[in-house]
Design a protein around this ligand. Structure first.
Ligand code: PBG
Length: 328
């Protein structure tokens, strides 16, 4: 009888040995925690499809920011629910817009915490699309690319003026990174980095977010600007273009259904790479956890490890605080 000479199990015998040879490590600075800011004071309204995630007012956001900092998170990203929506996304770039106010308060009260601004128009548009809509007739409409760039650039500048550390465009219009870079430079913000949602797929996994941000399109869908989930090579073109246009960091979104895209982006591009574990990924895990079907602590860390292992060094995740606690 012959025995195997290669014994991989030797290094799996105990936790200290496993820790010694572990290839992928998670640290709290890997995680970015998303916050949904709404009008009012003392507001904390749970999002029904995302248990444990809340619509919060500016004062509550400051508390969350403090907690994020004390847990050592990499940062937070802000989404806004404006008081009013219109067809020009006025709330996105208003000086006293909801995100601008939250940014000022957080930068003042919690210095040193990285604050990222999601730049998109869907939360501020009455129709819920990420750009300007031109109606052609009752059924036909177009999302206008270049006029939208102007509003996006204006939004980015107004966020930078409020003190935003990083600008993260998530709209998927062509040329937005160049337009935003140019506008930031002209306004004196040449040191403000851009984290581009470069490969953002039209995904069913954004469902709960649209409840959280009240941003579901009122007609049609986002397939005319977000990417087709079947396309890996096109994702690489999107990323290459965004880097050329001046993106400092790039993002793939969603994360778990697109791990191959993350891995390929890591292999091809030498810029910092982020991935977004989106609302539907969170909801799916939470639902099973709450049924007692999955072990909470294990699946939180396992899902984040898989995204990290695929090559993303920055992970936007609603589990950011939970994961940081599990790692301490
Ligand atoms: C805005 C935006 C969306 C998400 C981040 N920025 C929604 C969408 O494109 O419909 C999704 C995040 C999530 O699902 O957690 N365009």
């Amino acid at each position: 009888m012959s025995f195997p000479t290669t014994r991989l199990r030797r290094m799996r015998q105990s936790e200290p040995l496993r820790a010694l040879v572990r290839e992928t490590r998670l640290v709290p600075t890997n995680f970015i925690y998303p916050l949904f800011i709404c009008p009012g004071e003392g507001v904390r309204k749970e999002i029904s499809s995302m248990p444990g995630v809340f619509n919060i007012s500016v004062d509550e956001a400051v508390k969350e920011a403090r907690e994020a900092k004390s847990l050592g998170l990499g940062g937070i990203i802000l989404f806004g629910l404006p008081e009013k929506k219109d067809e020009a996304a006025t709330g996105a770039w208003a000086e006293d817009g909801i995100v601008q106010r939250a940014t000022r308060a957080i930068k003042k009260e919690v210095p040193g915490l990285v604050v990222i601004g999601d730049v998109c128009l869907c939360e501020y548009m009455s129709h819920g699309h990420c750009g300007i809509v031109q109606k052609k007739n009752d059924t036909d409409y177009e999302i206008l690319n270049d006029p939208t760039l102007e509003i996006l650039a204006k939004t980015a500048v107004s966020q930078a003026q409020a003190g935003m550390d990083i600008i993260a465009p998530s709209d998927m219009m062509d040329g937005r990174v160049a337009a935003i870079r140019k506008a930031l430079d002209q306004a004196g913000f040449s040191n403000t980095p851009i984290l581009s949602y470069a490969a953002k797929f039209a995904s069913g996994f954004y469902g709960p977010f649209r409840e959280a941000a009240d941003s579901a399109p009122q007609f049609g869908d986002r397939r005319g600007y977000q990417m087709d989930g079947a396309n890996l090579r096109e994702a690489m073109r999107e990323i290459a273009l965004d880097i050329e246009e001046g993106a400092d960091m790039i993002m793939v979104k969603p994360a778990m259904p697109y791990l191959d895209v993350i891995a390929e982006a890591r292999r091809r591009f030498d810029v910092p790479l982020a991935a977004y574990q989106v609302s539907g990924e969170y909801a799916m895990l939470q639902a099973a956890i709450r049924h007692g079907w999955l072990d909470r602590d294990r699946v939180i860390l396992e899902s984040l490890t898989s995204i990290r292992r695929a090559g993303a060094q920055i992970i936007l995740t609603y589990f950011a605080k939970d994961a940081a606690r599990l790692l301490s």
